[in-house]
Design a protein around this ligand. Structure first.
Ligand code: SAM
Ligand code: SF4
Ligand code: SF4
Length: 337
């Protein structure tokens, strides 16, 4: 039977994004700028991070409330040991239709096959430039491009469906839009452009640094004509386009210029077990405490239900209309995008 849980805007709970670590081997300026996430930065101590057992239990409860898709993220999720067996456990949960992973790709060459064998179906690999110098500038000088391309190749060879995510920032990597489009069209992999977002409090976001969906489309259309495609399902975050006369696609995630809150069915849990009902939330709901008390699954389920039923988040739709500053937001590296 379909679960009828819905929030205040009648949005069901369908997707769960699980952050398995707040640590990362990159220092992307738009996410974890090195001057803030430096050598002295206090990451979560091990004991505050949910164990895989606790996370699988939570996932089971979320699935009983209607969740069908899981996405593993971070920080950099491949830094967490034992990820393939965790994915195998998630894959065993009845009702889960899809498990995906978001990664910066550098460790994919090592783990792609194991992840696929464990039941992972899809990976999104983040890559912002094919130019080594610019890529290094963007990721805090942590990696050149080649290890990521190797990871992408290994994932495709292992049988995973691969998509590439590129965050576009004005005066930073706008010039990489066409080289990236040409390269991944040639590889027959879908590239998705993501508008630079004001996540967290430390990435120096300004509206005039955003390259809008409209502008990205103009750039692409000036090079190779594309036509819009229907969404695969309601709530798909990327608007899809196909290069005319081919099967190759691109996507654009326009969270700033054309928000999609009205169809947002995503919940997020941070590595320490806080539930967030929006990427831009300032406050999470502590599930770890419930897990580590003697509450039953039904009781924890009721708590989550109550949080979801009270949900009114639509930050991106309100962004344009609000001029005042918002309360501090959760950092992206905590909840993984
Ligand atoms: N470390 C993994 C990675 O980079 O793919 C997973 C976590 S990362 C926070 C998830 C996604 O969020 C990445 O695709 C990243 O590019 C994107 N992201 C991070 N900060 C962003 C921002 N300020 N605006 C738009 N996307 C952002
Ligand atoms: Fe790490 Fe991903 Fe954030 Fe970059 S975007 S710093 S790879 S978590
Ligand atoms: Fe969903 Fe919040 Fe993003 Fe809107 S701003 S799409 S409610 S996560």
């Amino acid at each position: 039977m379909e679960h009828k849980l819905a929030d205040l805007s009648n949005r069901p709970l369908r997707d769960l994004r699980i952050s398995v670590t707040d640590r990362c081997n990159f220092r992307c300026r738009y996410c974890m700028p090195a001057e803030i996430f430096g050598p002295d930065f206090q990451f979560l101590p091990q004991e505050s991070i949910l164990t895989y057992e606790e996370t699988v239990r939570l996932a089971r409860i979320f699935v009983s409330l209607g969740v069908r898709k899981l996405r593993i993220t971070g920080g950099e999720p491949l830094l967490r040991k034992g990820l393939p067996s965790f994915i195998r456990e998630l894959d065993r949960l009845e009702g889960v239709e899809d498990i995906a992973l978001t990664t910066n790709g550098v460790l994919l060459r090592k783990y792609a096959k194991e992840l696929y064998d464990a039941g992972l179906k899809r990976v999104s690999v983040s890559l912002d430039s094919l130019d080594d110098r610019r890529f290094r500038l963007m990721n805090g000088d942590r990696s050149g491009v080649q290890p990521v391309l190797d990871g992408i190749a290994a994932a495709a060879e292992a049988g995973l469906k691969v998509k590439i995510n590129m965050v576009v920032q004005k005066e930073v990597n706008e010039q990489d839009i066409l080289p990236m489009a040409a390269y991944f069209r040639d590889k027959k992999l879908t590239l998705r452009f993501i508008e630079f977002m004001d996540v967290g409090n430390t990435n120096g976001w300004k509206l005039d640094k955003v390259v809008t969906k409209k502008r990205i489309l103009e750039i692409i259309q000036g090079w190779a004509p594309v036509e819009p495609l229907d969404a695969h399902y309601s709530g798909e975050v990327a608007a899809r386009y196909r290069y005319k006369g081919s099967d190759e696609e691109i996507g654009i995630i326009s969270s700033v210029s054309d928000a999609f809150c009205s169809t947002c069915t995503r919940a997020r849990i941070s590595a320490e077990g806080k539930l967030y009902t929006c990427l831009f939330a300032s406050r999470g709901h502590d599930l770890r405490e419930l897990l580590r008390s003697d509450r039953t699954d039904t009781e924890i389920g009721r708590f989550i239900e109550a949080v979801w039923m009270a949900r009114s988040d639509r930050y991106s739709e309100e962004r344009a209309s609000s001029h005042s500053s918002h309360s501090p937001k959760i950092e992206m590296s905590h909840i993984g995008g």
